[in-house]
Structures are given as C-alpha cells and as structure tokens.
Design a protein around this ligand. Structure first.
Ligand SMILES: *Cc1c(COP(=O)(O)O)cnc(C)c1O
Ligand SMILES: [Zn+2]
Length: 421
C-alpha cells in the first residue's frame, strides 16, 4: 500500500506521475513527492510504525516506494544519545546527539536517501545508478548498488579524502574523478542524467531521494518517546537534510504523533563555505554562490540546490544559522570525541561548533531541549586530525621501560613522535 499521489511542483503546483524527473516543465521549480495524508489517518499510527522492522523502512508509509525495499534493510535506527558530559561542559540542560556516524553500511546519513533512491530506481526500471557526491553519497550509492545488483557510476571532485575515495572503490563502482569542485561535478551530472538515462540519485531521482532524509527526523521524534526537541542544529551542504527533518517533524505533528512544541531548526556550515548561513543572517532569500575553501569537504557546496528551502525552513521555524572556522571544527571534533566517545567528521564538528555559538549568543536557550545532527564518521577523514594526533614514541616490552615512560609522562616529557624525534 502506497500513499503517494505523484509528484508536484513546489512553486506552481503542477502535478506529474512518478518518474525520473525533478524539475517542472512549466516553471522549472523543483518537484516534490505528494502524499494522500487524508488516507493515512487512522491507518498510519504510532503503533503501525512500532510494529515495523528495526530499520528506516518502519516509516515506509511516509516514503515514496510502491513495492518492497531493495536495500537499506539494516540502515537507519541509529543511536539517539543523551549527551550528559557535553551538557555539563556547555552548561545546557537537555542535549541529544543523533548519531549517523553509526549508520549502516557506509557510516553517514546518506544511507537514508540512497535506500529510497535505489529502491525507486529499481521500481522505475533503471539498471544503472549514479550520483554527484562530496564523498559520503558516493560511498553509499556504491554500497547500495552492490546490494541491489545495479551498476553504479559515482562522480566526485578529484581532491577528496582517501577514506572517501577508497570507501567507494571497495564496492566496485565506476568512479569518475573530476577536476573541479562539487558544483562543477553537479553541473556535469545534470547533463549526464539527460544524456545517459541513468538514475542519478540526487539529480533526476531527487524528489524520491530527498524524502529518505525524513527518516532522520522521524527517528529523533520516536526515540525521544514521541516528542520533538525544541531546537535542532543540522549541517547544510546541498540543502537536503535540513528541510526534510523539519518536514518530518511537521508530518508527525499533523498526523497527531507528537505535540507541536514549535520546533526550531538551525543551519550549520563551515566559514569557508557558508552561502546558506550568510543568507539566513543577512535576511536574504537568495543564496549567493561561493567558491569553497574548507576542510569540511562533505559540506563544501558553494551553490546548494535546495539552499533556498533551507532558508525557508529555518525562518518558518524561528531558527537561525551559524558557521565555524576550520580550527573551530577540529576543536569541536576533539571535544565530541573526548566528551561523548563519538568520532565524527568535519560536518559533525561544524554542527557542534555552530551549536556552541548559538548557545553562547543566547539564540538557543540553555534550559530547553537541543538535538545535534551528527551526520558522518571521522574514520573517513583522518587527514583533518592526523597532524594533531601523532602517536608517542614506542618503548621496549619491559617493565623498566614502562616505568621510565610513566615517569617521563608524569613530568610532561612524552612528546608525540613527530615532535620528539
Ligand atoms: C551530505 C552530508 C550532509 C548534508 O548535506 P545536504 O546536502 O545538506 O543534505 C551533512 N553531513 C554529511 C556528513 C554529509 O555527507
Ligand atoms: Zn512549476
């Protein structure tokens, strides 16, 4: 049973049947999946969701698939953690971390969008999927294509971290490294989608793909005991996840699953690529494209496809935006690891660093519930911390050597190998 009515233009309302299209023929507005919410009433309930599988498909009635899922049977349902140590460090009362660094199988939030897109690609009869990616999406497309038995072409900027490059290649896709930044890759992928008739998940399958990101918001609400955090801080790259978390909250409110506590949502970006945060803080609707310069490569998108909708969601909710320098991002990565035992990548560091600023400035009150969106895993981006975490000199396997080590350690004389040698 599917509640999908079809696709609908977000700007002019023109409707389309479900197929691999993403822009309106009349006004070039983006298309979005359109559901029959009235038909869901009484049928889709908290209980029906709780009776579903322990993966993101427990929300399938609110996702655009018609048949059975083709991948993602172990994706989603990631931890929502109460962050007691960070609460004390930041002086806030109720802080949660939604941790998609533990999402299966490629350790980022992208499993959510790709599980839906790959399933839809099979339903629509495609045998090849592709993507324009800053790294995590390519990893996820390559893995889920392998699971579903599809051919995969992943298009990435040439200068990504090794963990992101190998994290795709291991699954056997065709990788195309493009000499340009993400925005160049994305432009090329639009032409590729037109010419090659592939399911490019974040281009022509975008209306279906983006809906998968709602599951991140659904899980936060369900895991909080059918309750919404008052404040949610979320990283922004192309602008998919933030508006979809907000849409997820609104859908649960409208279906009567959670009380409307007027949830506010906040965008976090790197200072070296902050077109959306800049628009939010300046009160503009239009996003001024930038050339990214930041270690936060997974969110380095200078001309975000859905940046406009991030600004709208943030403003509608009464939220705000903040950015973080590369130094602040690295400090936040270490703080999160040392306080909560989570190793995130720069996108998560930017989110925590932005949240710290929003709390310090009073935008987010200290006595209300806060959820931070941790969207990716630090093991893929060792480059950003390797200079700071050089291992100490090695010792002989004898107790005297250990005693000397401890004495030197107590005297502050144990230096990292790189500095001490
Ligand atoms: C893709 C990505 C995001 C957010 O991207 P959107 O395009 O705005 O949805 C955030 N964090 C990580 C780690 C990502 O890979
Ligand atoms: Zn239109």
């Amino acid at each position: 049973m599917s509640y999908v009515l079809g696709l609908k233009c977000r700007e002019c309302g023109q409707t389309y049947p479900q197929k691999g299209v993403h822009v309106c023929e009349l006004c070039f507005g983006p298309l979005e999946v359109h559901y029959d919410y009235a038909a869901m009433r009484g049928k889709v309930t908290r209980e029906s969701i709780q009776a579903g599988p322990h993966n993101l498909w427990r929300y399938r009635d609110l996702l655009p698939i018609d048949g059975e899922p083709r991948s993602g049977h172990h994706s989603g349902c990631t931890p929502l953690k109460r962050a007691r140590n960070l609460e004390r460090a930041l002086g806030v009362q109720e802080l949660y971390l939604k941790d998609d660094s533990a999402n299966y199988p490629t350790w980022s939030y992208k499993e959510r969008v790709v599980s839906v897109a790959v399933t839809k690609a099979v339903e629509l009869g495609y045998d090849t999927v592709g993507c324009a990616s800053t790294g995590n999406l390519a990893n996820s497309v390559a893995a889920h294509a392998a699971i579903a038995g599809l051919k995969a072409f992943v298009m990435i900027p040439h200068d990504l971290e090794q963990g992101k490059v190998l994290g795709s290649l291991i699954f056997g896709p065709t990788m195309v490294r493009i000499r340009g930044n993400y925005d160049d890759v994305n432009r090329l992928c639009s032409e590729i989608a037109d010419k090659y008739k592939w399911a490019v998940v974040n281009v022509n399958l975008r209306p279906f793909y983006t809906e998968g990101a709602k599951t991140y918001g659904f899980e936060i609400a369900e895991q909080l005991g059918w309750r919404l955090p008052r404040h949610t801080v979320c990283p922004t790259a192309g602008g998919t996840i933030l508006p979809k978390i907000y849409k997820a909250y609104r859908e649960f409110i409208d279906l009567g699953f959670v009380a409307d506590n007027q949830p506010k949502i906040y965008s976090a970006q790197a200072a070296g690529c902050n077109p959306v945060v800049e628009a939010i803080c300046a009160g503009h609707d239009l996003i001024k494209p930038q050339k990214p310069h930041t270690i936060a490569k997974s969110i380095a998108i200078g001309n975000p496809a859905d940046g406009y909708y991030v600004v709208q969601a943030v403003r509608h909710s009464g939220g705000w935006g903040a950015d973080a320098t590369d130094t602040e991002i690295i400090e936040a990565i270490k703080l999160l690891a040392r306080m909560e035992g989570i190793w995130t990548e720069p996108a998560g560091g930017a989110t925590l660093a932005a949240a710290i600023k929003l709390i310090a400035s009073g935008r987010i009150p200290r006595d209300e519930s806060i959820c931070l969106c941790i969207t990716g895993n630090g093991l893929k981006t060792v480059e950003v911390v390797v200079d700071q975490l050089a291992p100490p000199d090695s010792i002989e396997p004898r107790l005297e050597a250990f005693d000397r080590f401890i004495a030197r350690h107590a005297a502050g004389e144990v230096l990292p190998l790189a500095l001490g040698a």
